[in-house]
Design a protein around this ligand. Structure first.
Ligand SMILES: Nc1nc(=O)c2c([nH]1)NC[C@@H]1CN(c3ccc(C(=O)N[C@@H](CCC(=O)O)C(=O)O)cc3)CN21
Ligand SMILES: CC(C)C(=O)C(=O)O
Ligand SMILES: [Mg+2]
Length: 273
C-alpha cells in the first residue's frame, strides 16, 4: 500500500449530496478513525465518513477534543483513506489549527494531502474569511454551529445551543454568512429541532444534524456511540444500534444507515426542544 495516501475520488461527490438535499433523500454520515472501520462503514453504504476530532474521546481516552493535534488527525485520516471505497471523507480541523487564515490554509492542505475531500471547522462569522480563503483555493469546507465542542470551556459545558430567541437569530445569521462565504455543508450539533428545521430550509447547502431533530438534510453519529462502546458517558442524542443487531458490528451500522434513510432515527427521545 502506498505510503502517501493520496486522496482518491469518492463516488459520493458534493453535487450528489446537493441533489440528495433537493430530493429529500437523507444523507448518512458516520465517524471512523481507522482502516478496519472505514471498510465496515463503506460496506454499510454510508454517504460521508467524518474523521472527527471526537477521536480524542473514543480513540485516545481524553475527556474533550481540546488536546487533539494535527498529527493525531493526519494519522487517523490516512488510515481511513486507505480503505475508503465510495464515501466523501471529511476531516475535522482540530483545536487552534484554524486560528488565523494562514494557519487554516496550511493545516487544511495537510489534511487534504492525508486523504480528506473536505475539512470541517467550528464557529460562526469570525470564520468567514478563512472559509472564503479555503473555498477560493478549491478546498471544500463544512461549517459546524450549535454546540461546538472545541469551545466547551467558553460555553460552560456540553449544552443545547440556540434556545433563546437572540441566540437562535444569531445562529441563522451565522449559517447564512458561512454559506455566502463558500461553505458547502453545515453540521448543527445540540440545537432545538425547530431551529434546525428552519436553518435547513433557509440554506441551499446540506445541513447535517446531531442532536438536532429529524428535519435536517442528514444525520451524523459517532461510531462508538452507535456500537455502545463509548468510553464514558454516551450523549443522550445518540443511540446504541448494537442492541438490535445481536452483537454484529456490520449489522449495527447497517441498522443506523436504514434508520436514518427511513427517518426512524432520530426520534423525539434523541432530540431537543
Ligand atoms: N463519544 C462522543 N460522542 C459525541 O457525540 C461527541 C464526542 N464523543 N466528542 C466530541 C463531541 C462532544 N459531544 C458531546 C458531548 C456531550 C454531550 C452531552 O453531554 N449532552 C447532554 C445534553 C445537553 C443538554 O441537555 O443540554 C446529554 O445529556 O447528552 C453532548 C455532545 C459530541 N461529540
Ligand atoms: C460529532 C461530530 C459532528 C464531530 O464533530 C466529531 O465527531 O468530532
Ligand atoms: Mg468534531
Amino acid at each position: 500500500m502506498s505510503q502517501h495516501s493520496t486522496s482518491s475520488q469518492p463516488k459520493i461527490t458534493l453535487p450528489r449530496l446537493q441533489e440528495m438535499k433537493k430530493n429529500g433523500d437523507k444523507i448518512v454520515v458516520i465517524t471512523a478513525y481507522d482502516a478496519s472501520f472505514s471498510r465496515v462503514v463503506n460496506e454499510a453504504g454510508v454517504d460521508v465518513v467524518l474523521v472527527g476530532d471526537s477521536l480524542g474521546n473514543v480513540m485516545l481516552g481524553l475527556d474533550s477534543t481540546v488536546p487533539v493535534t494535527m498529527q493525531d488527525m493526519i494519522h487517523h485520516m490516512r488510515a481511513v483513506a486507505r480503505t475508503n471505497q465510495h464515501a466523501l471523507l471529511i476531516a475535522d480541523m482540530p483545536y487552534m489549527a484554524y486560528a488565523t487564515v494562514e494557519q487554516t490554509l496550511q493545516n487544511a492542505a495537510a489534511l487534504m494531502q492525508a486523504g480528506a475531500h473536505m475539512v470541517k471547522v467550528e464557529g460562526g462569522t469570525w470564520l468567514c474569511e478563512s472559509v472564503k480563503a479555503l473555498s477560493d483555493r478549491g478546498i471544500p469546507v463544512c461549517a459546524h454551529l450549535g454546540l461546538t465542542p472545541q469551545s466547551v470551556d467558553a460555553l460552560g459545558g456540553y449544552k443545547v445551543q440556540g434556545r433563546e430567541p437572540e441566540a437562535a437569530t444569531k445562529m441563522r445569521f451565522d449559517a447564512e454568512a458561512l454559506q455566502a462565504s463558500g461553505a458547502r455543508m453545515l453540521v448543527l450539533e445540540c440545537v432545538p429541532s425547530e431551529l434546525a428545521r428552519i436553518i435547513s430550509g433557509e440554506l441551499t447547502i446540506p445541513v447535517i444534524g446531531i442532536g438536532a431533530g429529524v428535519d435536517t438534510d442528514g444525520q451524523v453519529l459517532v461510531l462508538q456511540d452507535m456500537l455502545g462502546i463509548t468510553p464514558g458517558k454516551r450523549p443522550k442524542f445518540s443511540h446504541n444500534f448494537m442492541a438490535e443487531a445481536q452483537g454484529d458490528i456490520q449489522a449495527a451500522v447497517a441498522a443506523y444507515v436504514a434508520a436514518v434513510r427511513e427517518k426512524r432515527f432520530p426520534g423525539p427521545e434523541h432530540s431537543f426542544s
